[in-house]
Design a binder for this molecule. Structure first.
Ligand SMILES: [Zn+2]
Length: 318
């Protein structure tokens, strides 16, 4: 059996794990990122956390094939540097060199959303496929594109920012500075905004009851739960949300035509309530008319583990 280390570097947590060649996580350790300490302190903790995970797996670093990192921001695989991460406030951090020195194994880096897509491709929703697009509906919208086994990064490692494509001209402001981005509508944040607006407009909606009368308690489930309880305003929020989602996803499918498009994040746990009407709308706008050849839209399977498994297996792609 061969073993690999994956490190999922996030704004809040560092998670390091040992993954075997069957793509199973056999040991995992974590630490707080506390990025305000600066890159060197974070990298030192990445090394310590990794060594703890390897020890927990009953292995030594010598028995590990390589380590891979999914990091926020622009991960330049040619130079081994994280060029810029807004989340971590990193500029030109030589992550590969420092980790290779500290861990004594070869290190690969990749953008975190791309690494998560690669994990889903290898071991989750895309297992057995040759192409996959993954989107994660969270605070923002993470995206990754795998074509013929390769992670699509663009010429400068900044590609596949699927959330920052406009679906409404002069629409809602996005955190990136553009107006009308897919992310501003399709993220959990976007859904919560739609929910709050509908609550303001419909004071008799069940959504108020579900939030205990406190609009700040509205979350990604509020409108779905209200719809299930027969609430019209809740249903209209869900319908509108799915419509926005379908426009962005139809765009991605018409560009990439992957075998699988998988959707992760808390909202994907709505399952068929989300996937069935979404697929219907996307299919109406799919350039491919043959239903057999159309992209399948399915929920992600690995959730939080996708980034770790994808990171651990980055050496397969290189
Ligand atoms: Zn944007």
């Amino acid at each position: 059996m061969k073993y690999y280390v994956g490190i999922d570097l996030g704004g809040t947590n560092i998670v390091a794990g040992v993954v075997n060649e069957a793509f199973e996580i056999i040991a995992k350790e974590s630490a707080k990122t506390k990025a305000e300490r600066g890159a060197d302190a974070v990298i030192a903790d990445m090394i310590v956390t990794t060594k703890r995970a390897v020890e927990k797996a009953g292995l030594t670093m010598e028995q590990v094939e390589w380590a891979g990192v999914g990091s926020p921001g622009t991960a330049n695989k040619a130079t081994g540097k994280i060029e810029y991460s807004n989340n971590l406030q990193w500029y030109d951090v030589p992550l590969v060199a420092k980790l290779e020195e500290g861990l004594g194994v070869k290190v690969f880096i990749e953008n975190d959303a791309n690494a998560a897509a690669y994990g889903e491709y290898l071991a989750g929703a895309g297992k057995g496929c040759t192409s996959l697009v993954a989107i994660t509906l969270g605070t923002g919208v993470g995206g990754g594109v795998i074509m013929d086994g390769k992670i699509l990064t663009g010429s400068n490692f900044g590609g596949a920012e699927l959330g920052h494509t406009v679906i409404e001209v002069d629409g809602r402001p996005c955190t990136c500075g553009r107006l009308g981005c897919f992310e501003a509508y399709a993220s959990a944040t976007g859904l919560i905004n739609l929910t709050k607006e509908a609550m303001e407009a419909h004071k008799d909606s069940k959504m108020w009851e579900l939030c205990g009368g406190d609009i700040s308690k509205a979350n990604g489930r509020t409108s779905f739960d209200a719809m299930r309880a027969g609430d019209e305003a809740g249903k209209s929020v869900v319908d509108l949300y799915i419509k926005y989602l379908s426009v962005g996803i139809a765009n991605m499918i018409n560009i990439f035509q992957p075998q699988i498009l998988c959707i992760g994040g808390g909202i994907s746990k709505e399952g068929d309530t989300l996937i069935r009407p979404l697929t219907e709308l996307v299919n109406e706008n799919n350039y491919i008319r043959d239903p057999e050849k159309r992209t399948k839209i399915i929920p992600a399977k690995l959730f939080n583990d996708a980034g770790l498994i994808g990171a651990a297996m980055l050496g397969l792609e290189a």
